[in-house]
Write a new protein. Structure first.
Length: 458
């Protein structure tokens, strides 16, 4: 479909050139070939995969040869074959160029068939990456476009001199040159763009071989960045070929404008470099739980501009990457264990023997618990006198840091504390206040009662 549209476009442009030539100035048959050659505009300022000047020189020589053959062929096929069909183009030259166009179609179809046959012959196994298949798929359509634009241009090159105007302009030749150069440039950069799939395949294989999930984000990001760069360079070359503006001067002229854009887009640029920092520094992985700027959740995606976190409440939060790298970040997903720190309070009327018993009960329950690591034994201490309780500090570490397994273990442990404390008659303290009425030598109680009109102390 693309090739058919391209052929139609070239033919339409060709007919437009013919019509423009007819409206502007009639054909000048007595003009010498050397004058026509000098009058044909040069395209030295163009950047193209293949220079069209070489094709023009060959086409001119072929056209001259066909004209000479036409004089001889007229004696065999009749004078009609050497007569002009339009714009001074003889029927023989026109038929010859049409034959060349069909030959270009044949070449393109043959090359396309050979490439597809080769692709189909490649082994298709699960997990197997065919590097040859990636290259062939990348070159297939761009090569077809390349053959179409340069092939049709070469096939029609013997005709361009016949559209020369008296003032030296040649609209048909100029349009054909522009279309060919742009088509060739598009084909070249299209091939390079598709060839990035080769890099993608290698990076994806590398990312799959690592344990870091952030590498799964880095791999496609490299390919996307490279494709954007290729598109920008290709667009600049096409712009130069269309307008004649040199790329160096264009880039230099963008200096002041680029500064203004950079100032206006500084947040976007900061977020982009924040993305690069995240990808290369790897402060967290996809799927890890983090706390940043009072947001507690699981990392779902790292993009060009922002990082998305699914909060524990289920809400999705988007944080700019510039803020991610410049804000303190707590990576809960990388913790080696879960630490349990609690204080158990027992009543003040608990005798010292039972306080020691309470500490012993807790130590026995936590000894060799299911989540214990030998390097992190539990710690139990009677360490203080609170306002309404005797305090026993308990520290334990649970391995591995599976939150829900930890919660199940914690529930069983706390229930066992309650059962054994109850069996030993040890009471848990709760906020309370006890008032003592003293009646010793320092603090004697005195009651004053009214007797008649005076006061009497009892």
């Amino acid at each position: 479909m693309l090739r058919q549209k391209l052929l139609s476009l070239l033919l339409v442009l060709f007919l437009i050139g013919i019509a423009a030539n007819a409206f502007t100035q009639s054909y000048v048959p007595n003009k010498s070939k050397q004058e026509e050659k000098e009058a044909i505009p040069r395209t030295d300022q163009e950047i193209a995969p293949i220079k069209t000047e070489e094709i023009d020189n060959v086409g001119e020589k072929v056209g001259d040869r066909v004209d000479r053959i036409g004089e001889t062929a007229a004696s065999y096929f009749g004078q009609w074959i050497d007569r002009p069909a339009f714009a001074g183009i003889s029927w023989l030259k026109l038929l010859f160029c049409l034959f060349l166009i069909f030959f270009v179609v044949f070449i393109e179809r043959t090359v396309n068939w050979v490439i597809h046959k080769k692709i189909q012959s490649l082994p298709a196994r699960e997990g197997f990456i065919s590097w040859s298949g990636i290259v062939l798929n990348a070159i297939s359509n761009p090569l077809s476009l390349f053959i179409w634009v340069y092939g049709i241009y070469a096939a029609m090159s013997p005709l361009f001199g016949n559209f020369q105007n008296s003032d030296g302009t040649n609209f048909v030749h100029t349009v054909a040159q522009k279309v060919t150069v742009i088509g060739g440039t598009v084909g070249l950069f299209w091939f390079i763009y598709l060839l990035v799939n080769l890099l993608d395949a290698r990076l994806n294989r590398w990312a799959a071989s690592t344990d870091s999930k952030i590498d799964d984000v880095l791999a496609p990001l490299v390919g996307k960045t490279l494709r954007i760069f290729i598109v920008i360079i290709g667009a600049m070359l096409i712009l130069q070929n269309l307008t004649g503006i040199k790329i160096g001067a264009l880039v230099a002229s963008l200096g002041i404008g680029g500064l203004a854009v950079a100032l206006a887009a500084r947040d976007t640029i900061a977020n982009f470099f924040g993305t690069l920092t995240i990808l290369y520094d790897k402060p967290f992985q996809i799927g890890e739980r983090i706390i940043i700027d009072n947001y507690d959740g699981v990392v779902e995606k790292v993009g060009f501009r922002s990082t998305r976190i699914r909060l524990l409440t289920g809400h999705l939060v988007t944080i700019p990457n510039e803020k991610v790298v410049n804000t303190g970040l707590e990576n809960i997903g990388k913790r080696p264990h879960i630490r349990w720190l609690t204080n158990i309070g027992i009543t003040y009327d608990t005798p010292p023997v039972k306080v020691q018993k309470a500490v012993k009960i807790i130590e026995d329950i936590l000894k060799d618990h299911e989540g214990m690591d030998p390097d992190f034994p539990p710690r139990v201490y009677f360490n203080g006198f609170n306002d309404w309780s005797l305090n026993i500090m308990v520290i334990a570490w649970y391995h591995p840091p599976n939150y829900w397994d930890y919660q199940s273990w914690l529930q069983r442990t706390c229930l066992e504390f309650m059962q054994q404390f109850e069996a030993e008659g040890i009471d848990f303290a709760f906020p309370s206040r006890t008032l003592y009425l003293a009646d010793d030598r320092k603090r004697q109680l005195k009651l004053r009662v009214a007797k008649d009109q005076g006061m009497e102390t009892i």
